[in-house]
Design a binder for this molecule. Structure first.
Ligand SMILES: Cc1ncc(COP(=O)(O)O)c(C=O)c1O
Length: 466
């Protein structure tokens, strides 16, 4: 089958969808049990693709076969055995939403063109702001990920507290803050040394008193503290900073309180999560990553902001060529005025459809299961005499070390990951190599965790005999 017309006739469209559908079905079959690593790296294919260029049309099957070949290579980070980094799984229903959104290509950058499409997105955004107990005037925006959400927050804080003076602006983070926060500060024009890395109270969680002291000193020196950034789940250890105490310091010093909850935010749907994230409802802004803890495909982040006006202050611009499009629809957000983008993907659909078709309880249950599995892993690791639990799980990440030095930790990790059935990753905590077990994929089951634990226990026991 060749595709010549951009808009093929209905039978050809059906045929095309059926063939793409067959590929999607293949992808999903066994996606949970697939090995994470150990697949061919596809070097020949990489070399071939790098020199290939688009040109004459190829048959659909030929194009899909190329895709099949690509998909047969590389790591399967969406498999259930992915327990490294921050697992991201991806949902079929979000993929279907993407297809519809892309084909319809409705314009949602401004509210007047497709009000119902904007309203559909706003319904999901309101659901988010309400989950965090934020007031009516709060607003969320969807971004491509947590990095862009953190950047949006830092720019909004700068515009509130140091407009026109980025060189005087200071930002307060913990040593385990995600690198995207430092990157955001740099892009927002802050000086590198004005990102104050404050002490942790226990090696893992930001110490609010250290933040208070740093802010006071900077105020006394004539600088402009713009934001305190707490983590609701650090990437390193999954640790939740003391959010209530940080909110208090921010409130007392007049500084914006941003919570980077890219990893942990949607645990707010669960009772345990709400308990552990207490204080997050006092934030001026919260970074969320639906492509992490809502299992959605990569490219789905969000920023929730307490005061919609803060976003408008930072991002609203007039343009003559939009003069006949500025229909004022008060109940609907003007995304172009509250975010860095103008033309944008209709991202809301990829949240709305999965939430509509599965229901919120399905997500809550999956997150509860992740908490259960991480608790189980934490207990098993703590009970093993050859292992030391370094931190967690505050939410769904446990960090630990086996016997020996840094090289021994690397060897332990290699042994656990050897056949690719599960993958853990490592980091440095307190300067020492530390292993991480992160449960976040909706495909991770008790069996995956049992496999990981069995391998860790065996490799640690072997290590202790060396
Ligand atoms: C705590 C935290 N913040 C921010 C980010 C950056 O998010 P993204 O990779 O979606 O840009 C991550 C990603 O792992 C993260 O874990």
């Amino acid at each position: 089958m060749h595709l010549t017309a951009f808009d093929p006739p209905a039978e050809q469209t059906d045929e095309l969808l059926a063939r793409v559908g067959a590929l999607v079905t293949e992808l999903l079959a066994g996606a949970d049990r697939a090995a994470v690593t150990g697949h061919p790296r596809g070097q020949d294919l990489v070399d071939e693709l790098l020199v290939s260029r688009p040109g004459e049309p190829v048959a659909v099957d030929q194009a899909l076969d190329t895709l099949r070949a690509v998909l047969a290579t590389g790591d399967r980070n969406a498999a259930g055995g992915e327990l490294g980094y921050i697992p991201g799984s991806g949902l079929l229903t979000a993929g279907l939403a993407e297809l519809i959104a892309a084909v319809a290509n409705r314009y949602t950058g401004l509210p007047g063109f497709a009000p119902a499409a904007v309203a559909l997105e706003q319904s999901v955004l309101r659901w988010m702001t309400e989950r965090f107990g934020l007031p009516e005037r709060a607003q969320a925006v969807l971004t491509s990920g947590g990095s862009m959400a953190n950047l949006t927050a830092v720019v909004a804080a700068r515009e509130r507290l140091a407009p026109g003076a980025p060189q005087l602006a200071t930002l307060y983070v913990g040593e385990h803050a995600h690198a995207s926060v430092r990157k955001a500060a740099r892009i927002a024009g802050l000086r590198g040394e004005h990102v104050r890395v404050c002490a942790t109270a226990d090696g893992l969680r930001l110490d609010p008193e250290a933040v208070r002291v740093a802010i006071k000193q900077d105020l006394a020196d004539g600088l402009r503290p713009i934001a305190v950034v707490g983590a609701a789940g650090t990437t390193n250890a999954g640790a939740v900073d003391p959010l209530s105490a940080l909110a208090e310091v921010a409130g007392q010093t007049g500084v914006w309180f941003h919570v980077d909850a890219a990893y942990g935010g949607f645990f707010q749907l669960t009772e345990r999560g709400r308990h552990r994230l207490a204080g997050i409802e006092q934030a001026d802004s919260i970074t969320l990553d639906p492509h992490k803890s809502l299992f959605l495909p990569f490219g789905t982040g969000a920023l929730v902001v307490r005061e919609r006006d803060d976003l408008a202050r930072a991002f609203d611009e007039d343009a003559d060529y939009l003069r006949d499009t500025t229909e004022d629809l008060d109940a609907l957000p003007d995304f172009s005025a509250i975010s860095p983008e103008l033309t944008r993907a209709w991202r809301g659909l990829r949240l709305w459809l999965p939430l509509a078709l599965h229901g919120v309880d399905a997500f809550r249950a999956a997150l509860d299961r992740a908490l259960d599995l991480a608790e189980l892993a934490g207990r098993a690791l703590a009970d093993d005499p050859h292992l030391e639990v370094v931190g967690g799980p505050d939410l769904s990440i446990v960090t630990f070390r086996g016997p020996g030095d840094d090289a021994a930790q690397d060897a332990l990790l290699r042994a656990v990951n050897a056949d690719g059935r599960v993958r853990l990753s490592s980091t440095r905590i307190d300067g020492r190599v530390t292993l991480r077990l992160a449960v976040l994929s909706h495909r991770t089951t008790a069996e995956h965790v049992a496999v990981a634990l069995e391998r860790i226990t065996r490799a640690a026991s072997d290590g202790s005999r060396r």
